[in-house]
Design a binder for this molecule. Structure first.
Ligand code: NG6
Ligand code: CA
Length: 531
């Protein structure tokens, strides 16, 4: 089924969602009356109590995993048996895209169903305020309304607080105010201070006699910094990543205090996985939604020694093996708790791959034959396909109609509306305005999805079937990306590619098809104007 593009014209005003946010997560017997029903109950005579329950929803969201980084997508330097097994039990998508080519915009769109440019969402520093308006609809609040208990465990990077965060007090608004019942976070990224965990509103393990202060302007406190104490480092780094050193890794930004609360990077796989497993075990008897954004395989790549040498690619490959193990642990817990068959798992990545992202971790030198972008051009930050075209696997034993490979064109921005349809939740007119219902394609490998799709990077690109148009950028790129314009797909002239015979986006057809260029540029302008 091809869903219709929503009429977007009259949507501007905001609608308070306080009623949604106030809803309890108790309704765990809601039945699904959609076409999935035929696979729901096998035994006749069972009454409504055992009628098919809402499926649990688990979103495994890897950071910076490229199209070619999994065994099931052609990886050469690392094995990913747990994810590959998942792929063999569901649908492996070949044209699925993160909403943007960087993390913050991508996650913003996933959780709001709106393009990040509508909110100027860009990569955030670790002390940025929450960029999602908690008075407006969000994916977790929508699912909470549908009867779900919701959690986020992992990397956040969407800002916290409303301007100035005091890490020694309740840190809010944040995920709880957005509709998550439980949160256990890395507040920003692994390469940004503060290097502490945040559980619900509070820093974990904080000693009140050693308060935390964070600065992105100037050095504070006594901790050594990468620019001066390189002998303390496990990996040296570029200037940007050479501020406060914690656990032998220099980070972006400075942090004072909070010594007892510091994380140890090598412990991430156990810490985050255990929190996810506990949430699953605690909620196995009611519908739950777990959003699990990994730190891996983002920099700094400091995998646990369990994974040392598991790949032929050094720490970047070992971090992929670690991510695969963590995924396996979570999948096993779903099985152990008897809820795997009734769980919709979406596995994907927030943007394309990057090798050198600031640390000297030998990702480039040890790459070998492995191609992180698969057959596509570009990677993280890039307007070319590999900026957003990422691995995506969906399983749902109770509801899956046709397994196998799917070439459906899908954006992660579509999860919001599709999950609303799955859970029979009505959306308000101004809710998830850029999100399309592609639920049928998530459950049936033979069903198509979008015909057109916007890709966000440092410019906007549009897919129209196999046509790909990259608009000349109108803004500026960060200094650290200077001189990389061609590599990032950013050019002053329009670019038009025909992916069916040029998947690597090498032959710019813009001069040959000026009308196509004009119509696709106009379509981008319409989308931006919300028409
Ligand atoms: C950039 C960082 C990069 C990474 C990225 C965010 C520099 C030079 N580069 O600013 O290392 O942290 O932000 O990555 O500072 S993302 O996947 O979270 O978008
Ligand atoms: Ca990312």
């Amino acid at each position: 089924m091809l869903t219709k593009h929503r009429a977007l014209s009259s949507i501007i005003a905001s609608v308070l969602l306080s009623t949604v946010l106030g809803c309890s997560g108790e309704n765990n017997t809601k039945e699904i009356s959609s076409s999935n029903k035929e696979s729901s109950i096998s035994t006749a005579g069972i009454d409504a109590i055992s009628a098919k329950k809402l499926p649990n929803i688990v979103i495994l969201y890897v950071d910076d995993l490229g199209y070619g980084d999994l065994g099931s997508y052609g990886a050469k330097g690392v094995k990913t048996p747990n994810i590959d097994a998942l792929a063999s039990q569901g649908i492996r998508f070949t044209d699925a895209h993160s909403s943007a080519a960087t993390c913050t915009p991508s996650r913003y769109s996933l959780l709001t169903g709106q393009y990040a440019f509508r909110n100027s969402a860009a990569i955030l520093p670790g002390d940025a305020p929450l960029i999602i308006d908690h008075t407006k609809p969000t994916l977790p609040a929508m699912l909470k309304k549908a009867g779900y208990t919701t959690a986020v465990v992992g990397k956040w990077h969407l800002g916290l607080g409303d301007g100035f965060v005091d890490w020694n007090k309740a840190v809010k608004p944040g995920p709880i105010e957005l509709g998550f019942d439980y949160s256990f976070l890395m507040p920003a990224t692994g390469d940004r201070v503060p290097t502490v965990y945040l559980e619900n509103h509070h820093v974990v393990g904080l000693d009140e006699n050693d308060p935390i202060t964070v600065s992105y302007q100037e050095r504070i406190g006594e901790r050594p910094v990468g620019t001066k104490s390189s002998e303390l480092l496990k990996q040296t780094a570029d200037l940007q990543h050479s501020a406060t050193i914690v656990n032998g890794i220099s980070r972006i930004g400075w942090m004072k205090g909070g010594k007892a609360a510091e994380w140890v990077d090598e412990e991430f796989p156990h810490v985050f996985t255990n929190k996810a497993k506990s949430f699953i075990a605690d909620n196995k008897d009611k519908p739950f939604m777990l959003f699990f954004p990994f730190h891996d395989i983002h920099v700094p790549r400091v995998p646990n020694k369990m994974f040392a040498g598991k790949s032929t690619m050094g720490v970047r490959g070992d971090a992929i093996a670690q991510m695969d193990w963590m995924s396996g642990q979570i999948i096993d817990e779903l099985k152990k708790q008897g809820v795997y068959d009734n769980t919709l798992i979406i596995f994907s990545s927030d943007n394309g791959p990057v090798l050198d992202d600031g640390y000297n971790d030998k990702a480039v030198e040890m790459l070998g034959e492995h191609n992180p972008s698969g057959d596509y051009r570009g990677g993280k930050y890039s307007a070319f396909e590999a900026g957003t075209r990422v691995p995506m696997i969906v399983t749902y034993p109770n509801g899956m109609k046709v397994k196998g490979d799917s070439a459906a064109l899908i954006s992660h921005i579509d999860f919001y509306r599709s999950l609303a349809v799955l859970t029979e939740t009505e959306l308000a007119d101004n809710e998830a305005i850029d999100s399309e219902n592609i639920l049928s394609a998530l459950l049936d490998a033979n069903t198509s999805a979008r015909t057109e799709m916007l890709e966000e990077s440092f410019t906007l690109s549009l897919r129209d079937g196999n046509w790909k148009y990259i608009a000349p950028p109108t803004g500026t790129t960060p200094d650290w990306l200077a001189n990389k314009d061609i590599e990032m797909g950013l050019q002053a002239k329009p670019q038009l590619y025909r992916l069916s015979d040029d998947k690597k986006e090498r032959i710019n057809l813009a001069d040959e098809f000026p009308e196509k260029v004009m119509s696709m540029q106009q379509r981008i302008e319409q989308i931006v104007a919300n028409n």
